[in-house]
Write a protein that binds this ligand. Structure first.
Ligand code: TPP
Length: 278
């Protein structure tokens, strides 16, 4: 997929994210909008998957360790064909397959249930280790929040991945510098994340997490290294794409009112029109 097409998809995914949270009157916008470009790149270009056959044995695995970012996750799965986009209207409703946090027993394309921060990375490391033991030629991708890196369990998992040389593991850190209550430094900073990961024997690359070209190249680079797991630190902006939500902790889990929703959609429409003129 061309870079421009990926950018258009990311804009569409942002629109879907907004609609889902507005309709459900619940959900996490900030960390979904920050991750929208990364999701688009993964599902549009990088992951070896078959939406018609979500349980295909040789698919790459993806684990959303920052499990609250389901609006971005489900919007991407629908946009890339795992289930109809109409189903997004059921987000967070009783009986829906699209619960607030991912459920691998019910949702097509979801490889692991998550939501309790720190647990997703642990299972992803287990998946990568198991694949090595079985000689299964797959890669395991896992997305973490930077606030999530304050969980002790994350570092146990990373230590194991480095020590076991899991070069089939790619971790992506959505480095938007915010968590629920404020910037990382104000809460309990895990910085410098790059140096810590290097000390845990990761090959580390830092990119602009909203630059599709940089993302595609970095995921390509990940395949070049053997004997080390790969970490992609994606510098992002929480709430990216909606001016009044950008870099505001308040929009971690807040729902827009009707006026805010309309303004946000207008901004995304304008961004979409600008991409069409390119
Ligand atoms: C173990 C655990 N503790 C607390 C929470 C509640 N919680 C949900 S999201 C969040 C903040 C996460 O920040 P970050 O990982 O940076 O996510 P992002 O900013 O990308 O949305 C917290 C504390 C949780 N889900 N799991």
């Amino acid at each position: 997929m061309e870079t421009l097409e990926l950018k258009q998809k990311a804009n569409e995914i942002r629109r879907l994210i907004l609609e889902m949270v507005y309709q459900a009157k619940s959900g996490h916008l900030g960390g979904s909008l920050s991750a929208a470009d990364i999701f688009t790149c993964l599902y549009g270009q990088i992951l070896r998957i078959d939406p018609q056959n979500p349980k295909w044995k040789f698919r790459d695995r993806f684990v959303l360790s920052k499990g609250h970012a389901t609006p971005a996750y489900y919007a991407s799965l629908a946009e890339f064909g795992f289930f109809p986009k109409d189903e997004l209207r059921t987000f967070r409703r009783l009986g829906s397959r699209l619960q607030g946090h991912p459920d691998c027993k019910h949702t097509p394309g979801v490889d692991m249930s998550s939501g309790s921060l720190g647990q997703g990375i642990s299972t992803a490391v287990g998946m990568a280790f198991a694949a090595k033991m079985q000689g299964l030629p797959i890669r395991v991708y896992v997305m973490l929040g930077d606030g999530e890196m304050e969980e002790g369990q994350v570092w146990e998992a990373l230590m194991f991945a480095g020590n076991r040389k899991l070069d089939n593991l790619v971790i992506i850190i959505d480095n938007n510098d915010l968590q629920c209550d404020g910037h990382l430094d104000e809460v309990n900073s895990p910085n410098p994340i790059d140096e810590k990961l290097q000390a845990f024997h990761f090959q580390v690359k830092t990119v602009d997490g909203h630059n599709m070209k940089e993302l595609v190249e970095a995921f390509g680079d990940a395949k070049k290294y053997s004997g080390v797991p790969f970490a992609l630190i994606a510098k992002t902006v929480k709430g990216k794409g909606v001016s009044f939500m950008e870099d505001q902790a308040a929009w971690h889990g807040k729902v827009p009112d009707t006026e805010q929703f309309k303004q946000a959609m207008r901004e995304l429409e304008r961004a979409g029109e600008a991409l069409c003129r390119k």
